[in-house]
Design a protein around this ligand. Sequence first.
Ligand code: ASP
Length: 328
Amino acid sequence: MKKMLKLALIAAAAAVAFGASAQEFPAKDKTVTIVVPFAAGGPTDRVARDLAEALRKPLGATVVVDNTAGAGSSIGAARVARATPDGYTLLLNHIGMSTMPALYRKLSFSVPNDFEYLGMVNEVPMTLIARPTMPANNFKELTAWIQQNKGKINLGNAGLGAASHLCGMMFQSAMQVDMTAVPYKGTAPAITDLIGGQIDLLCDQTTNTTSQIEGKKVKAYAVTTSQRLTTPALKDLPTLAESGLKDFNVTIWHGLYAPKGTPVDVQKKINEALKTAMKDPEFIKKQEALGAVVVTDKRVDGPEHKKFVAAEIEKWSAVIKAAGTYAD
Ligand code: ASP
């Protein structure tokens, strides 16, 4: 009996000494939560939900999505930066990871230092869309409408630092017209208001806009990529660059993160599962139907993902500084 107790104590001490990395991950009774820093039903949420489903088998765990929306993804990102670094709380975020550092004067975390980078997931184009009652029927007519309505135009976004905000900022500066930014907690509520005519314009990911364009619930004018898209509902839309906004090119990307200090072997397990999930034909099919492209290059691994985000931070910080837009 005494010997048994001693053995149990030794085992407990060893578990403490080795920390979470030596334990079984994922434990059978625990759930992996992917935090989405935007409202449910939006582009980031949809990618996360498809990914959660594809991850369940390779990770051997229940994977759920939890939305912590607001402030252009900075509230949800802060939640994960502060979470216990054990692999059970992850963050799926988009290009906001690279706009937040320049945009927010008081960010409670550091994008380069407070996360482990687990790999990139996909890239998604954007579309410039308008309320269904917008009189303009093509980009030329929209340009004329914008000139006639200066000072009265409401441009929606999913929060300061969101992809839609970034695209909107670039659009305004390319058009040389100031518009009133109307922030939401995500694309889903922004599109609802666009359809209802409460806002005039929105630039957002094809993930959510394609079906609305197809169903004629919104008007569409252009895509933000340098090339036209092949998705049937979008293939006739011109690029903004060919419409006269020279060099306009924005593509949104998503990546998976864990809090800094997550054990290396736990990170490795998640990364392996992520790479398997991203080869799942069902996942690829769903992404393609939404106009998204699953990443297959070296950025599927943490180090290249981190390098890419660092370059994006540099790129977008310059754009944000030039625009002089800040948030507290
Ligand atoms: N698409 C949104 C954005 O503009 C965010 C979202 O709801 O996924 O950043």
